[in-house]
Write a protein that binds this ligand. Structure first.
Ligand code: SAM
Length: 285
């Protein structure tokens, strides 16, 4: 069955009495060219993990291109549909669960014996950032994370310092991955069409962070504090974020070679690593 046509989506919905849930971000993709691009962007690993298979339109393409596909779908009512649409895809395993609640380390070990895999997904937009954070912060053995997300989110994840899209999530992405936008996808390519346009984003997961830093946890605390109040200077953000007097951070920034009046959104991962290392050196934090 051709799953990219509107008529087959409608046919399956009526066959199984399926109602699209807005709150679960159910906007199903109908463009075979985009499906090919997602699968190709995920290549480089033998197997793949999918989040939110829906009716299985992407799962089918992944099943053709990868040795094994494990797909996690939260909506119980979709499982019987998937058992029907994917009955010929013997290398696909469907798990009915909430991706955010899954013990991912255990699942990767059980399903892929710890081998390096890719992740591919047309993500539910209500939960994009937590899913991406879970994938890249967890230090799993991943090759590529390829996700369809809202266009603005993709731009934020790839943003460079000094741009208006740049934020704490861009730093997280630049720290662990090499992000790139593969293609933009208009709202009309989905059923039902979402209110926003989308983009396919690939994050190549690096074997080690893209900058060396003595304390990773502190690094992200510094980044969080620096972006907490965008209109304030870096000095003010850090001293209020860490409840320390300004003198302390004036010295830290001076030793890091960073202007205290600068705003956090102008700094890249190297500068944040320098600040962190200087803080560690003081032995106070
Ligand atoms: N992959 C299909 C496609 O491209 O047509 C469906 C994509 S749709 C945007 C998102 C899918 O994620 C839906 O099937 C939805 O039920 C599922 N989903 C939503 N929240 C989820 C969660 N927390 N864990 C796993 N799946 C989830």
């Amino acid at each position: 069955m051709e799953l990219t046509s509107l008529s087959s989506i409608k046919q399956l919905s009526s066959m199984f009495g399926f109602d699209f849930s807005k709150s679960l971000g159910q906007n199903f993709l109908m463009d075979s060219g985009v499906l090919e691009k997602i699968s190709e962007a995920a290549s480089g690993a033998d197997s793949v993990l999918e989040i939110g298979p829906g009716f299985g339109v992407l799962t089918k393409v992944l099943s053709r291109d990868f040795k094994k596909v494990v797909s996690i779908e939260i909506d119980k009512s979709l499982i019987k549909v998937l058992n029907y649409t994917l009955k010929d895809c013997k290398n696909v395993k469907i798990i009915n669960d909430d991706f955010m609640k899954i013990n991912l380390k255990q699942l990767l070990y059980d399903e892929f014996a710890g081998e390096k895999i890719s992740v591919a997904a047309n993500l539910p937009y209500y939960i994009t950032t937590p899913i991406i954070a879970k994938l890249i912060e967890g230090k799993y053995n991943l090759k590529n994370v390829v996700v369809m997300v809202q266009k603005e989110v993709a731009q934020r994840l790839c943003a460079k310092p000094g741009t208006k899209e740049y934020g704490a999530i861009s730093v997280l992405c630049a720290f662990y991955t090499k992000p790139e936008i593969i293609c933009k996808v208009g709202a009309s390519k989905f059923y039902p069409p979402p209110k926003v346009d989308s983009a396919v984003l690939r994050m190549q997961i690096c074997d080690k962070p893209n900058v060396e830093v003595s304390d990773e946890k502190l690094f992200f605390k510094v980044v969080k504090a620096a972006f907490a109040q965008r209109r304030k200077t870096l000095l003010n953000c850090l001293s209020s974020g860490f409840s320390k007097d300004k003198m302390f951070f004036e010295n830290i920034l001076k030793n890091s070679g960073i202007e205290p009046s600068i705003r956090g959104e102008r700094l890249g991962i190297k500068e944040y690593a320098k600040i962190t290392d200087e803080m560690v050196k003081t032995g106070i934090i």
